[in-house]
Design a protein around this ligand. Structure first.
Ligand code: ATP
Ligand code: ZN
Length: 293
C-alpha cells in the first residue's frame, strides 16, 4: 500500500500544533468515525492519533512511517535500547519546547548533580536521565514513575526528581527547586532509520520540501523601510539573516531609498531600534506565509 502514515499525539500539548503543521503543508484529512485514523484526502498521507509514548514503537514496528513526538520521548526509547533501535530525526520543530531538569526539595543538602551520585532519582525518563548523568561520571539510581513524579521526594521514595519543566510552576507548588537542566527538548519529526520504499521516499521528499517552506516562513519576515542612501550597507548588515535587499527610488527624495528584504531569522525590537539608530524610518515588518527556495 503506497500511503504514508503519520502518528501524532491524540490529545495533549503537541496535538493541535502537529495537526496545524501538517495542514499548513497542504494536507487535508477525512476524519473517521472512531477518530483514531484520518484518511488523507489530496495526498496519500494518513494520520494515526495515539498517545505520544506509543509513537516511537509504532515507527520501530513499521506501523507508521512518520511520527511527531517530543525529543524527550524519542531519546528515552533510543537510549533505553543501548542505541540499538534507530529513529531518524528528520526535522526539529518549533513547538513543544521544554527541559528535562533535576529538582530537589527546598532546603535539601543536594546542591548540584554531582551530589546525586549513589542517590535515587524519580523520573519518567530513567534511561535518558541515567545516561546523561553517567556521561558526566555520576551514577544515580532511577525509580520509574509514569506520572506525578513531583510527589516522589515527599513520599520518601527518592532524593530528587528528573522531570519535564516549562515554567517551573509545578515544581514550586511542590516545594521543589530546579537544580540543573539535563536535556532541552522540542517536538520533532521522526522516521524509522531503516529507510522507505522508493515510492514512499518520493512522497516523503515532497512533504519535507513543503515542511521546510513552512518552517522557514515561520521564522522569516519581510521588512520594508526607508533608508539614507549612504546607510544601506550598514542597514543590510543589521537585518537578521537578510541577503540582497531590493532598493527602490523614493519619488521626490534623492537622499533616500526604499529598501525591501526578507529576514530569515526572528526580528526583535532591538533590531528595529538599531536600524532606527542608523537612520532607517517608516519601518514595516510583515509575516511571510510560505516560502519556496
Ligand atoms: P499522552 O496522553 O499522549 O501520553 P502526556 O500527558 O504524556 O500525553 P503531554 O503532557 O501532552 O503528554 O506532553 C506531551 C509532550 O509535550 C511532552 O512529551 C513534551 O515533549 C512536551 N512538553 C512541553 N512542555 C511540557 C511540560 N511543561 N510538561 C510536560 N511536557 C511538556
Ligand atoms: Zn505521554
Amino acid at each position: 500500500m503506497n500511503r504514508i502514515r503519520v502518528a501524532i499525539q491524540k490529545s495533549g500539548r503537541l496535538s493541535d500544533k502537529s495537526l496545524a503543521l501538517l495542514q499548513s503543508c497542504g494536507l487535508r484529512f477525512a476524519r473517521s468515525k472512531d477518530k483514531l485514523y484520518w484518511y488523507g484526502k489530496d495526498f496519500p498521507i494518513d494520520l494515526l492519533l495515539v498517545r505520544d509514548d506509543d509513537i516511537p514503537r509504532l515507527l520501530l514496528d513499521g506501523v507508521c512511517e512518520l511520527g511527531i513526538v517530543g525529543e524527550n520521548i524519542a531519546e528515552e526509547v533510543m537510549r533505553d535500547s543501548n542505541g540499538g533501535e534507530g529513529l531518524d530525526q528528520l526535522r526539529k520543530l518549533s513547538f513543544g519546547g521544554c527541559r528535562l531538569s533535576l529538582a530537589v526539595p527546598e532546603g535539601a543538602l543536594i546542591r548540584s548533580a554531582a551530589d546525586l551520585d549513589g542517590r535515587r532519582i524519580a523520573t519518567s525518563y530513567p534511561a535518558l536521565t541515567k545516561s546523561i548523568l553517567s556521561e558526566r561520571g555520576i551514577n544515580a539510581e532511577t525509580v520509574k514513575f509514569t506520572g506525578s513524579v513531583e510527589i516522589a521526594p515527599g513520599l520518601g521514595t527518592a532524593d530528587a526528581i528528573s522531570d519535564l519543566v516549562s515554567t517551573g510552576t509545578t515544581l514550586r507548588a511542590n516545594h521543589l527547586v530546579e537544580l540543573e537542566v539535563l536535556f532541552e527538548s522540542t517536538a520533532a519529526l521522526y522516521a524509522q532509520s531503516g529507510g522507505l520504499s522508493e515510492e514512499k521516499q518520493i512522497m516523503l521528499d515532497r512533504l519535507l520540501a513543503r515542511l521546510d517552506g513552512v518552517l522557514l516562513a515561520a521564522e522569516s519576515k519581510y521588512v520594508m523601510l526607508h533608508a539614507p542612501r549612504n546607510a544601506v550597507e550598514e542597514i543590510t548588515r543589521l537585518l537578521p539573516g537578510a541577503e540582497n535587499p531590493s532598493l527602490m527610488n523614493l519619488e521626490g527624495d534623492p537622499e533616500k531609498v526604499a529598501l525591501h528584504a526578507v529576514c530569515r531569522e526572528a526580528v526583535f525590537w532591538e533590531h528595529l531600534e538599531a536600524l532606527k539608530g542608523v537612520g532607517a524610518s517608516a519601518i514595516l515588518v510583515l509575516p511571510v506565509e510560505k516560502m519556496l527556495g
